[in-house]
Design a protein around this ligand. Structure first.
Ligand code: SAM
Length: 213
């Protein structure tokens, strides 16, 4: 479910870390402040963390280094292998945002970076519904991802990418399911969460969602 972009990630796995380190001009702004973005997620996380879309395990590593227990879920085998190869502990499991193995603990935090936009808005709602039932009672969700203030802002970034000759970025912005902040806020609220949003660069925001008491 929501795995339609998987072959892209199998191909991208070997060079993914070069991209996050700013070596791909088209994605430079998307990954600007990447280490600070991961750090902010770690800072906002509790002790028992369920992570989705772990990729090559950069956030996983940062969470583990901060002493947290992590259960990672990543559908791309090539990404999981790339993580293992660079020494990330074996905490990543095959699965996706909607269908995943049961973690050995009840999470107090569910995190994700640069991945939630692979789900349609309907699938995002299904995912948040599932998470609402598995989180500890005072649990929270902390997601960093590309999102936009509104449709006009989304459209403006597509035009900017095209004008700069960033065709891959433009196609990505046109085809994947980047949400507007209002839509995401509504999805969380309908599932019983209050939200706050923090902008990290021109594309990426962190949404932190807490269950209402
Ligand atoms: C841009 S990478 C982000 C990796 C990592 N979280 C980071 O911050 O560097 C997106 C990841 O989401 C994964 N992914 C794609 N579709 C997914 C889905 N439906 N459920 C969970 N993860 C998914 C991809 O395989 C890929 O590893």
């Amino acid at each position: 479910m929501g795995r339609e972009f998987l072959s892209l990630f199998d191909q991208w796995a070997s060079s993914y870390d070069d991209t996050v380190n700013g070596h791909d001009e088209q994605y430079e702004e998307v990954f600007r402040h990447y280490p600070a973005i991961l750090k902010e997620i770690v800072k906002r996380s509790g002790k028992c963390v369920l992570e989705f879309g772990s990729g090559t395990g950069n956030l996983t590593e940062a969470l583990l280094a901060a002493g947290k227990q992590v259960f990672g879920v990543e559908p791309s085998q090539a990404m999981r292998e790339a993580a293992l190869q660079k020494g990330v502990p074996n905490v990543l499991h095959d699965g996706d945002f909607l269908t995943f193995p049961e973690p050995p603990f009840k999470p107090d935090t569910i995190v994700s970076s640069y991945a939630f936009h692979h789900l349609t808005d309907e699938e995002k709602k299904q995912a948040i519904h599932i998470y609402s039932n598995i989180l500890q009672s005072d649990g929270k969700i902390v997601f960093a991802d590309t999102m936009f203030q509104n449709q006009a802002a989304h459209h403006a970034e597509i035009e900017k990418a095209k004008a700069a000759g960033f065709d891959q970025l433009a196609e990505d912005l046109e085809t994947e399911y980047y949400p507007s902040i209002d839509v995401l806020k509504k999805i969380f609220e309908e599932e019983g969460f209050s939200t706050s949003f923090q902008q990290m660069n021109d594309f990426v925001w962190i949404v932190a969602a807490k269950k209402w008491e």
